[in-house]
Design a protein around this ligand. Structure first.
Ligand SMILES: *Cc1c(COP(=O)(O)O)cnc(C)c1O
Length: 361
């Protein structure tokens, strides 16, 4: 067996330890004679799995008691509708559009009310985070929405926008658990698990209790109402049981690693290796303004589409997989999530250095 260094943006690399443990428990989960995939979500064994997962996440993120943790389905994309359906009481919300995912959320919200775009970086292909210190926040806005880490473009908010007292709603799919966050600054945080936490099929939402009400837009399905899931502790219907179990293992792995301060330091160290090389290279360059650089997703180009394609192909042959950039950006993108070891980034930088030597005319 040989494993590659997988730089995919998502579904993405998971800690090897977690995968091995799951493999060991596949046929017989801790003496109960069945796999976690086969057991009732109402069983005592499963109840322990989901409760521990929630508690470990609460510990890792320091989630205050007045926030609920929900394990949901439908992908991060389903939240683009669920958020306005549940939170847009005045049918007004402000959106900061810093990439494709934020734009999709913004467009979806327009189906339910007045969604204002209060800031955008579309003018420079989303290569920076706009100044959000004095936004024209609508007095009636129910919330202000951001995508905190832009997976496709490789930008990240370094300071949160001034929402002028309105609840901040953030899509943190691709920076979930990459560094400490002050949950109390948000009304709601959410993300798909398949970027930095676990398998596809799980969405985790952390929502302040006062925002979870029965007062949702008319016609909102029971399954798309946060209160349904909050009241039932994420067991209203069958949750994505196996995915939550793997997420739980990743939470325990993160705790063992030392928590989010340690992950932040590790992630900074890994990202610095790559960014420093990009800044010194005569062939490769990063596509993002330095102040806005993401620690998780690093897009870069040679400036020559043919050379980019050659790089991706040769990297793959060398065991460095999924480096092709998103189809809307081109070039390359290295996603270096929590589970990507430093050795993987070192291997990538070595490969880039050699490629540059061989191909620079
Ligand atoms: C991947 C991604 C999404 C979409 O996630 P799905 O689970 O495929 O719906 C949304 N937002 C961000 C920031 C992402 O990276």
């Amino acid at each position: 067996m040989s494993r590659v260094y997988n730089f995919s943006a998502g579904p993405a690399v998971l800690p090897e330890e977690v995968l091995k443990e799951a493999a060991e428990e596949m046929l017989d989960y801790r003496g109960c004679g069945m796999s976690v995939m086969e057991m009732s979500h109402r069983s005592k064994v499963y109840d322990t799995i989901i409760k521990e997962a929630e508690q470990d996440l609460r510990d890792l993120m320091n989630i205050p008691d007045n926030y609920k943790v929900l394990f949901l389905q439908g992908g991060a994309s389903q939240q683009f509708a669920m958020i306005p359906m549940n939170l847009m009481k005045n049918r007004t919300a402000d959106y900061i559009v810093t990439g494709q995912w934020a734009k999709k959320a913004y467009q979806e919200a327009q189906k339910y009310g007045r969604a204002n775009c209060v800031a955008s970086s579309a003018d420079k292909t989303f290569s920076y985070i706009p100044d959000c210190s004095d936004l024209p926040i609508d007095e009636k806005a129910d919330y202000v929405y951001i995508c905190e880490n832009n997976t496709i473009y490789g930008t990240k908010f370094k300071t949160l926008p001034d929402t002028k007292g309105k609840p901040l709603v953030a899509d943190i799919s691709s920076c979930f658990l990459s560094e400490p966050v002050d949950v109390a600054k948000y009304g709601m945080l959410y993300g798909g698990a398949q970027k930095n936490i676990g398998p596809a099929g799980v969405v985790i939402a952390v929502i302040r209790e006062d925002l979870i009400t029965e007062d949702v837009l008319p016609g909102t399905p029971t399954m798309l109402t946060y209160k349904t899931h909050a009241d039932a502790e994420s067991l209203y219907n069958t949750p994505p049981c196996y995915g939550i179990y793997i997420c739980g293992k990743v939470f325990k792995w993160l705790k063992k690693m030392g928590g989010l301060e340690v992950m932040k330091a590790r992630n900074e160290e890994k990202a610095k290796l790559l960014y420093d090389y990009l800044d010194s290279s005569k062939m490769f360059s990063g596509t993002v303004e330095k102040e806005s650089r993401s620690l998780m997703n690093v897009p870069f180009v040679t400036g020559d589409a043919e050379l980019d394609a050659k790089f991706v192909k040769e990297a793959k042959a060398a065991g460095l997989e999924n480096l092709k950039g998103h189809r809307t950006v081109g070039g390359m993108r290295a996603s270096i999530y929590n589970a990507m070891p430093k050795a993987g980034v070192e291997a990538l930088v070595d490969f880039m250095r050699n490629f540059e030597e061989e191909n620079l005319k």
